[in-house]
Structure formats: C-alpha cells, structure tokens
Design a protein around this ligand. Sequence first.
Ligand code: ADP
Length: 434
Amino acid sequence: MKNQTLHENQFRVRTLDGSYRWFSVRGVPVFNLDGSVREWVGANTDFHDRKMAEDALRRLATDLSDRDRRNDEFLATLAHELRNPLAPIRSGLQVLQLSDITDEEANQTRVMMERQLGQLVRLVDDLMDVSRIVTGKFELQIKSVLLSDVLNNAIETSRSLIDQMNHKLSVSLPGNPIRLDADFTRLSQVLLNLLNNAAKYSEPNGNISVNAVQEGNDVIISVRDSGIGISSEHLPVIFDMFTQADQSLEKSRGGLGIGLSLVRRLVEMHGGTVEAKSAGAGSGSEFVVRIPARVELPTLVPSQLSKEESKESSSLRILVVDDNRDSVTTLTMLLRRLGHQTRAAFDGEEAVAAAREFHPQVVLLDIGLPKLNGYEVCRWIRAQNQTEVVTIIAQTGWGQEETRQKTRDAGFDYHMVKPLDPNALRKILDKLTG
Ligand code: ADP
C-alpha cells in the first residue's frame, strides 16, 4: 500500500464583504489498487483568528528583540562614552603624583582633568534629562531673557571644544537686542548642543556661524558648519533618539545619540520647531531653530528663599553631611581653603548631633543617608533652630522637579545636584557672607 502522507496547505479566501480570511487544508490521499489517487480525505479549517494572533505575537517578539538590541547597543555606547573621559582622569591622577612634576605640567593636567570631568557630568546630565523628558517630569522655567546672553552662555561652554578643533566661529545678531520668553538654561543647552555638534562633526579648521534674526513674533537662530554634512537618508531621522549617522565615525567623535532629540524636545516645549539642512555628505550642515519671542508668561517661579543672613564675617560655620566619606573629605578641604570652619557627619544621627553642638550657619546635606535621611535631618534642624538663621543646601544625585519640590517642602533653601559645581556653591556662600 502507498504511503498516506499528510498534505497540508494554507491559503486566503476572499469573503463576501471583500475581506480575506486564512484557511488551512489538511488531507490524505486514498489510493486505488493500481496506485493512482482515488480521492482525498481531509478538512478545511478557518484559522484566521489564530493566524492573526500568531502574527501579532511574532511582530511583538521581533520588536522586543529589536528594542533589546538597541538597548544593548546603547549600553555599550554608554560604557564606551563613560570610559573615554575616565581614562585621562585616571592617568592624570598618576601624573599628579609624580615627584618631579613641574608646576606647568601639574596645571596642564588639572585643566585636562577638569575638561574631562565636565564631559562626564554633561553625559550624566543628558541622560537624566532624557529620562525626565521621556517620563514627562520636566518643566521649563520661563522668564524674559536676552538672546545674546543665552548665546554667550552657550558659546562660553562650547569654546574649549571649538578652540581645540581650531574652528573659526562667527556670530551675527541684529543691532536691536532680541528679548524673548524662554528658559535660559534650556535654550542655552539647545544652542550648546548644536554648537558642540557643529564643532564635533567638522574637520579641524572649520567654520561655524551663528545667525539670529527676528521675523514677526518669531526668533530664528541658525547654527551652520562647514563639516561632514548629513546624507539625505539620515536627515529625516537625525532627531530621533539614539540616532547616529555613521556609528563607527560617531563613536570616534564621542556622543550617545541623544543630543539632537533633546534639542527637538526642548525647542518644542518652547512652542518652536527645529530643522536640519544639509546638501549631503561633505557639504556642511545647518540647524535652524524657530521659537516664538513672546509667550503667555506662566506665573514666575519664586526665586530662592531670601533671608536676613548674618553678614558679620566672611567665615561661615559649615556642616557637611554625606555618607560618601571621600566626598565629605574633598568638600571640607575646599571649604576650609575658602576660609570657612567645617564639621563633617556621615549619617543622619551624626548630623543631628553635630548640628546641636556646632550651630552651623550652613548645612550641606545629602538626602540618601543612613539612620535619618536628609529630609528628616532638615526638618529636625528647622524645628530646633527657631532663632538661628541656618541655610540648608540639599546635595543630591536627583535633580527632578519632584525631588526639588520635596526638598523645598522639607525646608531646604537650595537644591544642588551632585557633583556640586564649586563655583555655584561659592556664589551662594559669598552671598551669605555679603
Ligand atoms: P551624538 O552627537 O551624541 O551622536 P546627537 O543626537 O547630537 O548625538 O546627533 C545625532 C547624530 O546626528 C550624530 O551622531 C551625527 O551623525 C549627526 N549630526 C549631528 N549634528 C551634526 C552636524 N552638525 N553635522 C553632521 N552630522 C551631525
């Protein structure tokens, strides 16, 4: 007898309403004695719904593995980007320990370490911003600002990269100062990202130009470079998260592929648009930001609490609280060099005891602390010292508005994100000492 193999096929059938449904046919042949097929025995099954579910599942699995791959790639890029500045900082430390190091060498090394540290801080800031934007926990602090101030701030920060690459920067602003309602720091971050990219994606000795004009109620700012340009294939996706036109090339130039998506998001939050233009690889690029000059001002955010500070002396009693001992050691060292008296505490209970005995005028207080957390310590100090003026500064790894609100509610005067910017801290202390 011949082998009764199961035959199976899948096909689509057009239904009366014109739509298609999937069917499967499964059958076995029944043979005559001479071996020819007499008939088929089998079944036709409408398995459309199961097929749709399976297809959806398959798509989901592909999406997930794509996302997984992108996450893996992103983590690899992140590790690479974090290592880049860490390597020279580590070797810089060793250079500083050399016994025969000259003053000039030591100074050069310190400047280099500071630059690399700045790069690390920027990476972490960008990452935090992205996560806050993605989770919708992000608010602009809109105020009336001068475009020239915003631009100068961005140029100042980008200057070392532009100079390092030997680019020529030209800036053209209209004679009448442009005033606009914007978040100074964020708009400056937008321009900084565009300037840094212009510098990064141009060969040395390039030209970068910044132009700003006012058209009706719109302010148009263009950042143009003579760099590597952007291919027509990449132009439409250049603002997408984690997009880098040429992975190998971009890796060598540093970056996570999140700068432009931040730019777009921040510009959109200002009610504006941003557009990338390039005639193709090798022809330079131009980024044009258009934002309205005047928006309905939301209620302005109250400035830092001002208080009658004791102004008798330029030396302050400062209590530094952090469970990271290295952090406390370096910070107290720095503060003592600035002429202040310091006391250190490494957990919440120690902080409370030190506050009771030392009567600090300023407390630099970490939030995540063993025993009592920073909020509890802050509340305790506020409850005890009804008469003394104490300025309490939160120093924390969290910069979200939510955490800022929490520190305000707990009675903190300032909220500083780690790593503390020594200049910003100095400004606060100078203000306190008059
Ligand atoms: P990153 O610079 O960290 O890679 P960005 O989001 O800032 O991330 O930029 C995304 C990509 O856009 C870059 O990797 C680069 O391919 C391209 N790009 C951005 N700016 C320029 C520019 N001025 N010229 C050429 N290419 C650019």
